[in-house]
Design a protein around this ligand. Sequence first.
Ligand code: ADE
Length: 224
Amino acid sequence: MRFDIISVLPGLLESPFAHSILQRAQKKGLVEICVHNLRDYAFNKHKSVDDYPYGGGSGMVMAIEPFARCIESLKAERNYSDVIFMTPDGETLNQSIANSLSIAKNIIILCGHYKGIDQRIRDIFVTREISIGDYVLSGGELPAAVLVDAVVRLIPGVLSDETSALSDSFQGELLDAPVYTRPADWNGHKVPDILLSGNQAAIDNWRYEQALERTRIRRPDLLD
Ligand code: ADE
């Protein structure tokens, strides 16, 4: 799978992909993550990528030309199943969106800034608009990193124990059961006896009951 992320601040996207699971997935060749500096496609020698909004108002608007040039040069190389724009007014990211994207081959992600991007970019190029939640961030880079992380960990072979992604909260209908590690007794705070019992069927049943209870209390909407 390949992600092409178009950003005016590519430096913001270096660290999230340079560690841990995302780094290993790239080293194993399971995913390619390419970050493109929008300024390389700027419309003038000052490397401008934005301009004043038609009709007045505060803030700058990201112009169509740099995005169009970058997207078209990528599309000349390969086919893309989606061009995603990260935006707080998009559909809210959830596990089922992450699952559906994890089977794609090539995806372009656009990161906006300032007041927004020229609506024609959205109308002409964007196939999907995704939000990571009902709050506004300074730009689309952190949301893009969140989206890529959520998707890449679902690609077969990325997690060493594939079942661990399958048992994540939200992957089924239930949140995760609580987990514990040594010591079994920390200052009188004990690990539930059942987890030390060695009875796997009883442990599985306890985990299911805990997951159900946690979901009932924290996210009853998931049980509807
Ligand atoms: N850009 C700014 N805020 C965002 C959000 N919440 N989700 C996606 N993209 C964004």
